[in-house]
Design a binder for this molecule. Structure first.
Ligand code: GCU
Length: 580
């Protein structure tokens, strides 16, 4: 799933900006032929969630319609032309010039339609979107209450996940071209042998005659290239880079990979990719990056910003990375869904380690809808790995967050997903993130044990003296049971900006800071703990509920407009000087 790129053989056009928009609360659009265009009601900005752009639409989950006109670009003559949506939450149906291109289910991964034969001089693109909350969707919503299947958060809207179910076209939409004979996919894996970097490149191409692939790696004054004939549209090459500059936090060295499809010396198509030479593996109770133990200190985040909702405009994205750098973090988990392509590129460039997580949050294992949820989780796991496999920043895959794994079906469900993930990527450890801990049976066949812990908040409320020993004991039990590296993937407390208390009291900034500091104190004493991620980097919008003042989750160490709370300074001190 190559990201659209501009180069001598390929063009792109970003369709972001103002689109026509119309809500359809009585679901009449399909019957009224809106697929061929509709009289607009208003315009709105794409990418962004509609819920943040019109106050009256805060809790509106669709259906709603978008339309956008565009002309065919002369440069598209004689090329294949595609339409790519970065993400649309949740169910998108797409028409071009009144003709259905297709449907896509799932709110956090890209999808592409080829429109070569459908394109006219002037074009009308129409998209129908709805984000209804349903038990057989991933992530699910409107889940029948019951201790085995949900937290009974009693959220409004009834999501079974703790972030707002924003809807709409939430990432950039691109038109892009490729030649008719083109490179379809590239898979890069890297290894190290002493000072030698080894880059393995598998490329797939679609040709109508004999052709060859030229693969080159260039960087830091070094260039190596190799030519290999395509065999049934595929080739795999190994390129050696002596004295390789390895990729790691603090030294995010990137080389330029170039793959060219050639015939008689003429370049028919080409792809360029930044790549990082690095290895990641689990060894005993350690996580090794480039053969050395690494500790993940960082955050769970959200793509959440006032005014744009589930779209992080470039300025907010930059600010989040600046905040993570300022505080001394080296990693994050894509809670609870794959983040944008632009975010992953930034993590490569700035040297942040990423646990790539699918949108499987709040899963439950009741029979009804289970096979549909499994099918969707398989699709999302595959799409995520295929989209992000070439990013050096990605060091682990997370198959789910806080599944309600009480029912026996859970283990088989994750065995299935783990098998799929391993078949798609043999180079990265896989895990899932649990709240159950020792009773999460799936850890038996996963590579690391990830738990979210809120002793001192949801249990032992306001009592850290009770909570801290409990945390310590719990982590020891986990390691005793699974003998695998443990990561505390969430811990933290809500702190309403500006609320203070002495002694520290729940919801005060002092309580949040003390809780985080004491958790890190425990974690530092556990040699088998290889990561600590604070929940959350910034405050974020969620559904309304009695435990969510203003429909907000205030567990950020930065506010929603990215200002530091007391805990941010405490963390900066704790994490400075490279300490865990
Ligand atoms: C959970 C969950 C988060 C949620 C957090 C909280 O662990 O994974 O999505 O926001 O707890 O309750 O604040």
């Amino acid at each position: 799933m190559l990201y659209p790129q501009k180069n001598p053989n390929r063009q792109t056009k970003d369709l972001s900006g103002k689109w026509d928009f119309r809500i359809d609360p009585r679901n009449q659009g399909l019957g009224k032929g809106w697929t061929k265009g509709f009289s607009k009601q208003q315009t709105l900005s794409v990418p962004a969630s509609w819920n943040e752009q019109f106050a009256g639409l805060r809790d509106y989950l669709g259906p709603a319609w978008y339309q956008r006109r565009f002309s065919r670009h002369p440069a598209a003559e004689g090329k294949r032309i595609f339409l790519r949506f970065g993400s649309v939450n949740y169910l998108a149906q797409v028409w071009l010039n009144g003709m259905k291109l297709g449907t896509h289910e799932g709110g956090h991964l890209p999808f592409v339609f080829e429109i070569t034969r459908r394109l006219k001089k002037e074009n009308l693109l129409v998209v129908r979107v709805e984000g209804f909350l349903k038990p057989d969707r991933v992530p699910p919503g409107n889940v029948p209450a019951g201790p085995l299947d949900s937290f009974n958060n009693n959220f409004n809207p009834p999501a079974s996940f703790d972030f707002f179910p924003y809807c709409g076209i939430q990432r950039p939409v691109f038109l892009f071209t490729t030649p008719h004979e083109s490179i379809e996919d590239v898979t890069v894996t890297t290894n190290i042998n002493g000072k030698m970097g080894i880059v393995s490149v598998t490329a797939q191409a679609k040709t109508s005659g004999p052709a060859s692939l030229w693969v080159s790696v260039e960087g830091f004054g070094w260039k190596t290239s190799i030519e290999s004939p395509l065999k049934s549209g595929k080739s795999t090459d190994l390129l050696k880079v002596p004295d390789a500059k390895l990729w790691a936090p603090g030294s995010p060295n990137l080389y330029q990979l170039k793959v060219e499809l050639k015939r008689n010396g003429k370049t028919i198509d080409q792809i360029r990719l930044p790549i990082g030479i690095r290895t990641i593996q689990v060894k005993g109770s350690r996580l090794l990056l480039n053969g050395k133990p690494i500790f993940l200190k960082g955050f769970g985040r959200h793509e959440d910003y006032a005014g744009t909702g589930r779209y992080l405009p470039p300025k907010a994205l930059k600010k989040d990375y600046a905040n993570m750098r300022w505080i001394g973090a080296n990693s994050f988990r894509t809670t609870h869904y794959p983040y944008s392509d632009e975010d992953m590129d930034m993590a490569d460039r700035l040297g942040f380690l990423v646990i790539g997580e699918t949108p499987a949050v709040g899963l439950f294992f009741k029979k009804e809808g289970l096979s549909k949820r499994l099918k969707l989780c398989r699709q999302f796991t595959k799409d995520m790995i295929e989209r992000d496999k070439n990013h050096p920043c990605v060091v682990m895959w997370s198959l789910a967050n806080e599944p309600h794994s009480h029912r026996p079906a859970a283990k088989a469900f994750f065995k299935n997903l783990a098998g799929l993930a391993r078949s798609l990527d043999k180079t990265r450890p896989i895990t899932l993130v649990s709240y159950l801990g020792v009773s999460e049976e799936s850890f038996e066949f996963l590579d690391a044990v990830c738990v979210n812990r809120y002793y001192g908040w949801y249990t032992e409320p306001g009592d850290l003296d009770k909570a801290i020993p409990r945390l310590s004991q719990d982590l020891d039990e986990l390691y005793r049971k699974f003998k695998k590296p443990v990561l505390v993937t969430e811990f933290g407390a809500d702190a309403i900006p500006g609320s203070h208390a002495d002694p520290p009291t729940m919801f005060s900034v002092e309580y949040q800071a003390e809780m985080i500091e004491r958790y890190i104190g425990v974690i530092r004493r556990k040699p088998y703990v290889v990561g600590a991620h604070v929940w959350n980097l910034s405050d974020f919008k969620t559904a309304q509920a009695t435990h969510r003042p203003n429909g907000m989750n205030y567990k950020g160490v930065f506010t929603r407009d990215r200002k530091p709370k007391l805990a941010a300074y405490v963390l900066r001190k704790l994490w400075s000087k490279g300490k865990n």
